[in-house]
Design a protein around this ligand. Structure first.
Ligand SMILES: [Zn+2]
Length: 186
């Protein structure tokens, strides 16, 4: 693949992903987050990694980690985007600990994961795909227990009731969250 194919490939991947997440966010009523989702991917720090490591079948971040041992692009990304659980890791004298994510970012994370599963799995995608991806990576993540319960609730709701019903559910949970600062998982 030549350099201009990589540039076009990467830009089209991030544009398509962002458009998909934005439309899912809009359907749950997350307008501002939908518009701002992953905006840092258009910063030079993140773009240059995409242009260099674009492969088409996996994230250039993974390719950068493999080649360089770590991804400066990912460090830049997760430090600026609150829908990633990695953003919410803090530390004190006892070590690193996860902070509970506000529910509006859990909802954006759900939209991000669903959109990414659709993009990567194409015709193999179904309502359980995002849950399966979560389960596969469960052992190497560090969620706050409440955050994890909320995410799993949404992913299982999607498996059992489908995407449309889940987006409606999220919309009503977001209005509860805005009124009371919490959500009930029934
Ligand atoms: Zn992101």
């Amino acid at each position: 693949m030549n350099q201009s194919q990589k540039i076009i490939g990467h830009l089209s991947t991030i544009n398509r992903h962002k458009a998909k997440v934005t439309s899912l966010c809009f359907r749950c009523g997350l307008i501002k987050q939908g518009l701002l989702h992953d905006l840092s991917k258009y910063s030079w720090e993140e773009l240059k990694t995409g242009f260099k490591y674009y492969q088409g079948y996996r994230s250039p971040i993974d390719a950068q980690k493999e080649a360089e041992g770590c991804s400066t692009s990912w460090l830049h990304h997760k430090g600026r985007n609150k829908h990633h659980w990695e953003y919410w890791l803090d530390h004190n004298k006892d070590g690193i600990f996860p902070v509970k994510m506000p529910f509006n970012y859990v909802a954006e994370m759900f939209c991000d994961r669903t959109a990414a599963s659709m993009t990567y799995l194409k015709d193999k995608y179904n309502d359980s795909s995002a849950l399966e991806y979560y389960r596969k990576n469960q052992a190497i993540t560090m969620f706050h227990p409440d955050t994890e319960k909320q995410l799993v609730y949404l992913l299982e709701y999607q498996r059992d009731h489908g995407l449309d019903a889940t987006l409606k559910k999220i919309k009503s949970m977001l209005s509860e969250f805005r009124k009371t600062g919490t959500v009930t998982l029934d």
